[in-house]
Design a protein around this ligand. Sequence first.
Ligand code: GMT
Length: 381
Amino acid sequence: MRIGIVCYPTYGGSGVVATELGKALAKKGHQVHFITYQEPVRLDSFHENIFYHEVSALDYPLFQYQPYESALASKIVDVARFEKLDILHVHYAIPHASAAMIARSILKESGYNLPFVTTLHGTDITLVGKDPSYKPVVEYSINHSDGITSVSASLRDDTYANFNIRNKIEVIPNFIDFERFRKTDKEHFKKAIAPSGEKILIHISNFRKVKRVEDVVRMFSKVVKKISSKLLLVGDGPERMGAEMLCRNLGICDHVRFLGKQDKVEDLLAISDLFILPSETESFGLAALEAMACEVPVISSNAGGLPEINIEGKTGYMSDVGDYEDMAKHAIYILEDEVRLQEFKANAFAHARTFDIDNILPQYEAYYERTLRMNDVEFVI
Ligand code: GMT
């Protein structure tokens, strides 16, 4: 198949999922065309089946805001015509679904049928999408997508609850590439961070408000009183400064390392004992699943799709949003007994295996085929 992929090319979860999906599809022999405003960060190596088309939006003094949606729709039309795309897959509804809709209408005028699938990722529904400034367009473009998928059952239900959606939303969860995310021996590295054999807790995020990084710090300040441990805070964003100040106020700076943005998070996960994700909302929680793939159990909130990956009492524990005392209690329970910790690690890994990309990729392929058949489009697999 010739597949066009539209996504945000930066570090956000939806862009990562879109890029990894494109790479996996290309490996299976499909021709994949990324259409974005910047080369996706995870598109880090050459592949003969992968093509990148940059969207450039002409600037003009009249524009207070560049009309990116129009530039994207125009680029989709151009790429579809020239590369003869069979199907388009847009990740994150805003503004990708409405741009795809415009492109499809333009192409239809000349008899070209380009169906598009919209994948909902999270904040495009739960935070930004339902805001009145975007809602009518988001609702309309979801309803006019040829296929709709969401990354968790929870996000599907949130979408039905917040919008008037007429069509079926298919749940296709996020996935793990076990070639990258697996536990490797990084003992030398562990010694540098935890020289006296301390347990290592880790949080990885974009440090936005929704991630509740201060809850991580507060829960750790309870844990470190009982368990000899270190906390790694990986990532950067608006909440970092507040978290640093809180560490100072709580007098735990000697036990906490702020590592900023890191590309090879799998190396940090390889030395970690517990992953902390106390998010306010989290449609799926890919970062937690990546931790589990590296045999790291998870202490999380019970928000959104987290209960679909973190199995209570097996792969970790969940608490109500904001209840960092409860999170600390569970963390101590797992860490204080080595046999118990090893059991949780094994369970986390076993559950992550069910999200292996080899299981999820065929679900996307089957969904594309179904969408094309329903639209009477002829294609070669
Ligand atoms: O909020 C983020 O972390 C970025 C956001 C995105 O769409 O780029 O992530 C969302 O999509 C990820 C991939 O599907 C999910 O794993 C995250 O749970 C989801 N984030 C939220 O719902 C807050």
